[in-house]
Design a protein around this ligand. Structure first.
Ligand code: 3HC
Ligand code: NAI
Length: 682
């Protein structure tokens, strides 16, 4: 047997243990171990039933995603599943950790399933742009019914064991920490009671009621149209589940599932989502800060400024039980900031996602303060005051005098020079940027900005801390806007330039929406407020001109659009006039409309180019970090893989050509890669 499997026999129960770290993915060696283990245990007459269990932190976490796109070596999952499901002795899956995707599909070919209460089971393939391709779409409906199967497979969320028991996805709960014993006891009971070898594939009762009801699938897709927009997998999932009901026999359904799976596997959307899965897990790795680098314990945190960002930043720490000292300039600002935090928690409690007691527990972790002196013994300070270099330097100078040695001094600045801020202290090696995105308690991106002198310990601590509060850390060097804000600037300014040349804001917004963003640039400006975004310097801008006419966006008089009382938008004649007027003022000739793909290229190629520069300058460690920043910071559609992956799919030579046609000089690294036929991403 391959070395990841081992066998023991206790009182006539054969236990096959698979140990394939880190997460028991079903790669070749795990599949071989299953095949060989079952061969041995079924051949052994002393064995009356088989328990399948995993060592380490989890039951099988699914197929080995890194094998996708390569030829699969035998035995494949289908072959192994045939062996398990057709075993002549009862097979019991014993689940801990997460039985996901091919992992839960493995459990579904066992005759019985038992799990500890802390376990979760599910079919998350949709998150990789796939469907459960090892029988999940055919077997789950037979266990939970069609509607529930659509929700579970289309939603892709792991289901906690207790809920899974209610659904029938597992048959019994084991005592926490006693999975092996309880699974063996369960197996013995099956043997004694001569319980049948229940094959899920033979069940009909749950799917029969759905037969002849094609509207179930159409309704499901319609109900989730917004969430599914742009994704390929949900449509195929609905078709595969329908096949579980409507196929003349199980095998025909399996053949249909396989074809629908292959179609997804070969799609750009799934390639992008699988790329993203690994990209998100790679951001935490910093080559010159290896995983053993010492880190600083963060027991108490200080946050300066309780405005838009400070409050949300504080919540991240309160959520994990870390006390926060919150500093403001006036009692009024402090009360307002703390009030917002409380209302946020109360809203969550109202939705039933936390208890009133938890709200109070978290609020009790806040120590309000009116002076920086209160920060004398915190381990980490995060400054979120106004975006002005003078004010930030003043605050950091004071912190240097007040904070204990060994405290990390962090700034949430969006654009300012972190090295200049650090230079206001005598301990620049303790200064780092922690750049949260708004709303800071929700958005998962955290840019960790490494200054020229930031120490490795501080970088390592920041990366670790990010994960502890549920963020995805992306390391950035110092430059104007770091990664996400910097690369997206040409997109925002480009949109303004573009409408002067002819395409209208609705045309631009539609092209960008259809590409996959939640909204186009002008819809976004109207939503955020032109006074917030549109403030130009001395130069005239569209936003500035609209603000002069008292059009601030949705909050006042409309902006690029007029809004009726139900927030339906129509392109504003005033905005059209402002655009024409500014075009005249700047001497820009109206060249008429553009096709959607040209609008997309015009606005997004410059983002790719800026990303290339960020890479070339060493601001980002890797192209995939830029994609993670764009996806998590700006909701760039994940099924395109982010700007750099998308550029690879478009073809870098085409991007270079497009940029030159716009009069933009492509970054050297972009030209070099295009010439060499290389890609930014793997
Ligand atoms: N295949 C290959 N590698 C995997 C993997 C998988 N299915 N799941 C996790 N890994 C790797 C990760 O890349 C990571 O590698 P690294 O240490 O080199 O960065 C390592 O295992 C640990 O993963 P996490 O950091 O994510 O560990 P966590 O403890 O935070 O989470 C987990 C564990 C919940 C299992 C999470 O890894 C996860 O969600 N995995 C993916 C589950 C999944 O999508 N399964 C379906 C796969 S597709 C499938 O089964 C198709 C089938 O229907 C035919
Ligand atoms: P804000 O204006 O909402 O809040 C700033 C708060 O800081 C105010 O409540 C103010 O009273 C307080 N403050 C100012 N000086 C202070 C001092 N010396 N001591 C104590 N409190 C002081 O601003 P916002 O939007 O929260 O921005 C804060 C920082 O976060 C800025 O650097 C900004 O660039 C950055 N940022 C903002 C994002 C956003 O979307 N708003 C996103 C990411 C970063």
């Amino acid at each position: 047997m391959s070395d990841v499997g081992s066998i023991s026999i206790e009182d006539g129960i054969g236990v096959l243990t698979i140990d394939n770290p880190p997460v028991n993915a079903l790669g070749l060696r795990a599949r071989q171990a299953l095949r060989d283990g079952f061969a041995q245990l079924t051949a052994d007459d002393s064995v009356r039933a088989i328990v399948l269990i995993c060592a380490g932190r989890t039951f099988f976490a699914g197929a080995d995603i890194s094998e996708f796109g390569k030829p699969i070596e035998q035995p494949d999952l289908a072959a192994v599943f045939g062996i398990v499901e057709n075993a002549t002795k009862p097979v019991i899956a014993a689940i801990h950790g997460t039985a996901l995707g091919g992992g839960y599909e493995t459990a579904l070919v066992c005759h019985y399933r038992i799990a500890v209460p802390s376990a979760k089971v599910g079919l998350p393939e949709v998150n990789l742009g796939l469907l459960p391709g090892a029988g999940g779409t055919q077997r789950l409906p037979r266990v939970v019914g069609v509607e529930a199967a659509l929700e579970i497979i289309g939603g892709g969320k792991p289901i906690p064991a207790k809920k899974a028991l209610e659904y029938g996805m597992i048959d019994a709960l084991a005592e926490e920490g006693k999975l092996r014993e309880d699974a063996i006891a369960f197996a013995k009971k099956i043997v004694v009671e001569r319980a049948p070898l229940l094959r899920v594939r033979d069940r009909e009762d749950k799917i029969a009621p759905a037969r002849g009801h094609p509207e179930i699938y159409a309704d499901y897709l319609k109900k989730n149209a917004r969430a599914f927009r742009g994704y390929k997998a949900p449509g195929n999932i609905a078709k595969a589940v329908e096949a579980s009901v409507e196929s003349p026999d199980f095998e025909t359904g399996m053949t249909r599932e396989h074809a629908l799976f292959e179609e997804l596997l070969n799609s750009t959307e799934s390639a992008a989502q699988r790329y993203y899965f690994f990209a998100e897990r790679e951001t935490g790795k910093v080559p010159d800060v290896p995983s053993g680098t010492p880190t600083i314990d963060i027991v108490r945190v200080g946050v300066i400024g309780a405005g838009t960002m400070g409050g949300g930043i504080a919540m991240n720490f309160l959520n994990v039980g870390t006390p926060v000292t919150l500093v403001e300039m006036t009692q009024e600002a402090l009360d307002r900031g703390i009030g917002v935090i409380r209302r946020n928690y109360e809203a969550t409690a109202k939705k039933g996602r936390m208890t009133d007691a938890q709200v109070e527990q978290r609020m009790a972790l806040i120590t309000p303060a009116l002076g920086l002196e209160a920060l004398a013994d915190v381990d980490l300070v995060i400054e979120a005051v106004f975006e002005e270099i003078g004010i930030k330097k003043d605050v950091f100078g004071k912190l240097d005098a007040i904070c204990k040695q060994g405290a990390i001094l962090a700034s949430n600045t969006s654009f300012l020079d972190l090295d200049e801020i650090a230079a206001a202290t005598k301990r620049p090696e303790w200064v780092v940027g922690l750049h949260f995105f708004s709303p800071a308690n929700v958005m998962r991106l955290l840019e960790v900005v490494r200054g020229r002198k930031t120490s490795k310990e501080v970088v390592a601590t920041a990366m670790k801390l990010a994960k502890a509060i549920g963020k995805v850390p992306v390391l950035a060097g110092v430059c104007y806007g770091f990664i996400a804000n910097r690369i997206m600037r040409p997109y925002m300014t480009g949109a303004d330039d573009l409408v002067l040349e002819g395409p209208t804001p609705p045309e631009v917004d539609k092209a960008i929406y259809d590409y996959g963003f939640a909204m186009g640039p002008f819809q976004m400006i109207d939503l955020v407020g032109l006074d917030v975004i549109g403030r130009g310097g001395n130069e005239r801008t569209l936003g500035g001109d609209l603000v002069k006419r008292d059009r601030l966006g949705q909050k006042k008089n409309g902006g690029f659009y007029d809004y009726d009382e139900r927030r339906n938008a129509t392109f504003s004649p005033v905005a059209a006039e402002v655009i024409a007027d500014l075009a005249r003022h700047k001497g820009v000739e109206n060249k008429g409309g553009l096709p959607a793909d040209a609008i997309v290229a015009r606005l997004l190629y410059p983002v790719v180019n800026e990303g290339a520069k960020v890479l070339q300058e060493g601001i980002a460690l890797r192209a995939s970090d830029i994609d993670v920043a764009a996806i998590l910071g700006y909701n760039w559609p994940i099924y395109t893989g982010g700007p750099m992956f998308w550029a690879d799919t478009v073809g870098l030579d085409k991007v270079v050509e497009g940029l030159r046609a716009m009069g933009i000089e492509p970054a050297e690294i972009l030209v070099g890669k295009a010439k060499a036929g290389e890609r930014f991403t793997r």
